[in-house]
Ligand binder design. Structure first.
Ligand SMILES: [Zn+2]
Length: 392
């Protein structure tokens, strides 16, 4: 196993190295001679809580405002800490322990931090988790519950990112920040592509929608399908209108992604302005273009509607970021960019338990009754709800 720069192709022995020493580029894990490369180690990491192997659920017919006949949800909420980040963290930490790491550091918008704290607890090592101070309270409570040191950093995510670099440098702890920083973590995401491929019986989807901050999950899906050979799905990097650096570069046909200003969106998991590491976004944009896909931004209202379709229409409870993929797929279906017969997979990246605040503001069917109320009151309310076919 070696580390290779995705830009200048310089190669390094496998150590705790986070960037190319020659050009500062992103590093990826290469395992020459095995095919598919190194999957055994990824499937059975030493530090595990039972991550991966999440279900691929077909959409309930009739639940989509703009219909699609072949749409699936890759339900990553089912990972141990409630998001796809568990795939990354289990692999990154397993590798770091073999290098002698005594603790971990993670900058996070919440989900990676919760995951890192959980796996640190599992490994019995200390964890320092840095999050923006405006992170949803549920995510912060989860991080603290796992016993980590929770550091609330003023301002947006990129501030936490910079501080994590400093803490990792000073302590020697492994940095499992889930941008492209830790090549072992990013590498583990290729299993997502493999799982989708297998779950669809080898039939490659036409489109895969991926909620995207810096973009390691885009790479994971890309790499997984590339491992299997044959046709590639078109990858769609989904961002929020209030934080869309990759979409902006895609629409302007720019070669490089520029950092965003102040993010403003309910989708905390993809609220990443890429300040100081816009290069990550440029790499993700390159993969999106290579796949023939695109980058698209969705509004907070579109995300809220998708959350309702997922929860009330399909029984899947997702946080705003997790529903952004469906919001984008609906947008492209409605515009006719995608035909109703094309095969679509939406990555649902994080659990609804992680951000109750948004659901609390949504209309619900709810009544209060006295303890001695007649059942007819409830039946009346039930009849007032209308048919369940279009609950959303
Ligand atoms: Zn390089």
């Amino acid at each position: 196993m070696t580390l290779t720069c995705v830009d200048c192709r310089a190669s390094y022995p496998a150590t705790l190295l986070y960037a190319c020493e020659a050009c500062g580029g992103l590093l990826e894990v290469t395992r020459p001679g095995t095919e598919p490369p190194g999957l055994d180690a990824l499937v059975s990491p030493a530090v595990t809580l039972g991550e991966c192997g999440t279900p691929l659920l077909p959409v309930r017919p009739g639940s989509l405002p703009t219909p699609a006949r072949a749409l699936w949800f890759k339900d990553e909420t089912r990972n141990p800490s409630g998001s796809f980040k568990d795939r990354l963290v289990s692999a990154a930490l397993t590798t770091a322990l073999t290098f002698g790491s005594k603790g971990l550091v993670c900058a996070s918008s919440g989900n990676a931090g919760a995951s890192a704290a959980a796996y640190a607890a599992r490994a019995g090592i200390p964890a320092v988790i840095l999050v923006p101070e405006r992170t949803p309270t549920e995510k912060m409570a989860q991080i603290a519950a796992y016993g980590a040191l929770l550091v609330k950093v003023a301002g947006h995510y990129s501030n936490s990112y910079a501080m994590a670099l400093a803490v990792a440098r000073e302590t020697g702890f492994v940095n499992v920040t889930t941008t492209f920083l830790n090549p072992y973590g990013t590498d583990a995401l290729r299993l997502v592509g493999h799982e989708i491929y297998d779950q669809l019986g080898g039939q490659v989807p036409d489109w895969v929608f991926v909620p995207t901050g810096s973009g390691p999950l885009v790479k994971g899906v890309f790499q997984g399908f590339a491992d299997r050979g044959g046709r590639m799905p078109r990858l769609v990097a989904v961002q929020a209108e209030g934080c869309a650096p990759i979409v902006k570069a895609f629409e302007e046909r720019a070669g490089e992604v520029q950092a965003w200003g102040e993010p403003k969106t309910i989708a905390s998991g993809i609220s990443d302005p890429l300040i100081g590491y816009a290069r990550d976004g440029t790499y993700t944009l390159r993969l999106v273009r290579e796949s023939g896909g695109c980058a698209i931004a969705v509004s907070d209202d579109e995300i809220r509607r998708a959350m309702r379709v997922l929860a009330a229409g399909n029984g899947i409870f997702a946080e705003p970021t997790g529903a952004s993929s469906l919001a984008a797929a609906q947008k492209m279906l409605a515009r006719g960019d995608i035909g109703p017969d094309e095969r679509i997979v939406c990555m649902v990246t994080g659990h609804g338990f992680k951000d109750f605040g948004i659901y609390r503001q949504m209309p619900v069917h709810e009544i209060r009754v006295e303890a001695d109320a007649s059942a007819s009151v409830i039946i009346q309310a039930l009849e007032g709800m209308g048919p369940p076919e279009r609950v959303v």
